[in-house]
Design a binder for this molecule. Structure first.
Ligand SMILES: NC(=O)c1ccc[n+]([C@@H]2O[C@H](COP(=O)([O-])OP(=O)(O)OC[C@H]3O[C@@H](n4cnc5c(N)ncnc54)[C@H](OP(=O)(O)O)[C@@H]3O)[C@@H](O)[C@H]2O)c1
Length: 297
């Protein structure tokens, strides 16, 4: 089968489309014929040799956590899913023609494979950080970096739970944030004052890692009301860095339910064929994805 792989850490040019042995579904796993794979920033971070503490890798390594596809092998002990089902979920080396998934859910009706591949990791992350920051219905959550994959999910889940959101994004994404129910403002010079004018902030999430932890603590008045997923220096200011995944099956079930009820939609910013994974990484790394980028197999 065709698979994207890298034999050394480095820039996007280390990615190669190779012929590889097909993986098989062991106990508790399924294999899918991948139709689309989500592109997450962690994919290029791992390719560069970052975050290896949290995600140990042996070279040569495959790429990709998220996938949507058609089940074609069901491992021992797996129930409730059959060959031919359309599923989305998380696994390993999903930029490939076949991949093994460790967590999955049936795709909601009407969702394309391309769209479905964008949800798994971002919804797990969004649910986790909303829980960890402890924001309640009726309160206001500030989201720094609200227009990306995780931000798009956070805004819609918060809206569904009755949590008001103030989101920061680039000038071109202000209407996008408003469309997801948030009050929008731009990041950059003067942003703290702009947020202050919008009202009280009960809790805050740093999703962009743009060096704003100090300001988020100031705006909430309490480091325990701030969580970052992207700034490793956050703990120096007493702020929690969230890096350990929660329950992916629970997140997928909630995503499927929200999507089916029309409460969650993460747009596909751009799609790339498997052979152009390097371009997807370059574009993701530029840091201005709206929703999710996707590899189409
Ligand atoms: N720790 C964890 O468990 C975990 C899990 C998932 C992701 N992450 C990390 O969290 C980050 C976000 O992930 P993602 O998938 O949502 O990324 P993404 O889809 O690539 O989104 C990046 C977003 O950052 C925004 N942005 C860029 N510069 C900004 C700034 N100075 N201030 C505020 N926002 C800015 C962009 O907004 P505009 O386009 O509007 O400029 C863009 O929407 C990544 O660094 C990723 O590695 C961590």
């Amino acid at each position: 089968m065709k698979k994207v792989s890298f034999a050394e850490f480095g820039g996007p040019d280390v990615l190669q489309l190779i012929d590889a042995e097909e993986p098989h579904a062991g106990p508790g796993r399924i294999r899918v014929a991948v139709r689309a794979a989500g592109v997450n920033p962690v994919d290029w971070r791992l390719r560069e040799g970052q975050v290896l503490g949290a995600h140990p890798l042996r070279l040569p390594a495959g790429v990709g956590l998220d996938a949507a596809g058609v089940v074609d092998e069901v491992g021992e002990g797996v129930a409730g899913v059959a060959i031919g089902d359309h599923v989305f979920g998380e696994g390993a080396d999903t930029y490939a023609e076949f991949a093994v998934l460790s967590a999955w859910a049936r795709m909601p009706e009407g969702l394309s494979f391309e769209e479905a591949a964008g949800y798994p990791s971002v919804v797990e992350t969004a649910l986790r950080v909303i829980g960890e920051v402890g924001v309640l219905p009726g309160q206001t959550l500030l989201v720094s970096g609200a227009s990306g994959g995780v931000g798009s999910a956070v805004l819609q889940i918060a809206r569904e739970r009755g949590i008001a959101v103030i989101g920061t994004a680039g000038a071109g994404n202000q209407d996008y944030l408003r469309g997801l129910g948030a009050t929008a403002t731009t990041y950059g010079a003067g942003w703290v004052e702009r947020v202050r004018r919008l009202g009280r902030v009960d809790a805050a999430l740093d999703l962009a890692g743009s060096g704003v932890i100090h300001e988020l603590v100031d705006l909430t008045g309490d480091p325990r009301k701030v969580v970052s997923i992207a700034d490793l220096a956050a703990p120096e200011l007493g702020v929690r860095f969230s890096g350990v995944a929660g329950s992916v099956p629970a997140a997928l079930a909630e995503a499927a339910d929200l999507i089916a009820r029309g409460k969650l939609h993460i747009p596909v910013d751009a799609s790339y064929p498997l052979a152009e994974a390097a371009a997807a990484h370059i574009d993701s790394r530029a840091g201005h994805t709206r929703g999710r980028r996707v590899i189409v197999v």
